[in-house]
Design a protein around this ligand. Structure first.
Ligand code: ZN
Length: 259
């Protein structure tokens, strides 16, 4: 009997031996549930951007040096909300499978919209060597791997590297974050991305300063077209989408939380 046929049985056995629980409500997961129970899945704070032209992710990085082709975020990130458990799971609790699962979710969310049309490469935001050794993986690379499984677009980790171990962004103000990520990335292999349409992948966009520094370096490659995609974007940015306060959860504080 092939492994594929045995898989449901093995998963059922594994679930009985080591029960899996919902990342948000901690209820025991059913056979067909992964990471989240159906009830919590239905409650996720979706952005609903669906890669639409002119959305805030697409426009966030625009300046006199950057023009992005497309942008997309799957969720809103609200500090201290229940959905933060998703990010804690893969950033601090060593669960790369969570990032892989949400990478697939991000891709399925927009795969029929044409968002991925013409894209050649997925480039995850690089992690410093020190952080990589602590965590054992790069969570943005795991998100990219999930997107790659759905779309078939290859992941490229060699082109863009992080040379400097900057301090954690978690407790920094917006201005401190911009200073913290200046000149820490380097385009190590421009020939791998030149002339390509690159989709830059991050876990959470707060101020956008990290993505911006990555974008500056990537755009050093000749003829590169750039798009950006993240699992989540700070709800702070929803002020641009809900300028009259249509979003009941919108607050006025600076973005904070994950770095
Ligand atoms: Zn749940």
């Amino acid at each position: 009997m092939k492994f594929k046929a045995l898989r449901p049985w093995l998963e059922s056995l594994a679930n009985a031996v080591v029960p899996r629980h919902c990342l948000i409500c901690e209820r025991r997961l059913g056979m067909n549930e992964q990471c989240l129970c159906l009830a919590c899945l239905m409650q996720l704070p979706l952005t609903g951007f669906k890669g639409k032209k002119g959305n805030i992710v697409e426009r966030l990085l625009w300046d006199d040096r950057i023009s992005t082709e497309r942008g997309q975020s799957f969720l809103y990130y609200r500090p201290e909300s229940d959905s933060c458990n998703i990010f804690f799971s893969f950033k601090y609790e060593r669960n790369p499978a969570t990032a892989l699962f949400f990478g697939k979710m991000m891709a399925h969310d927009v795969e029929h919209t044409g968002f991925f049309d013409g894209m050649d490469l997925l480039v995850p935001v690089p992690l410093s060597r020190k952080r990589f050794l602590q965590r054992g993986y790069n969570q943005s690379e795991r998100l990219a791997a999930g997107i790659s499984e759905v779309t078939g677009i290859p992941v490229c980790e060699e082109a863009l590297v992080r040379d400097v171990d900057n301090v954690s962004q978690t407790h920094l103000s917006a201005e401190e974050r911009r200073e913290n990520v200046k000149e820490i990335f380097r385009l190590a292999r421009p020939e791998l991305v030149a002339g390509k349409h690159v989709l830059l992948i991050d876990d959470v966009i707060t101020t956008g300063s990290t993505l911006k520094q990555c974008a500056y370096r990537l755009l050093e490659a000749e003829g590169l077209k750039l798009s950006v995609m993240s699992l989540a974007i700070s709800h702070f940015h929803s002020r641009h989408l809900f300028p009259h306060g249509c979003d009941p959860d919108f607050g006025e504080e600076e973005p904070s939380g994950l770095g």
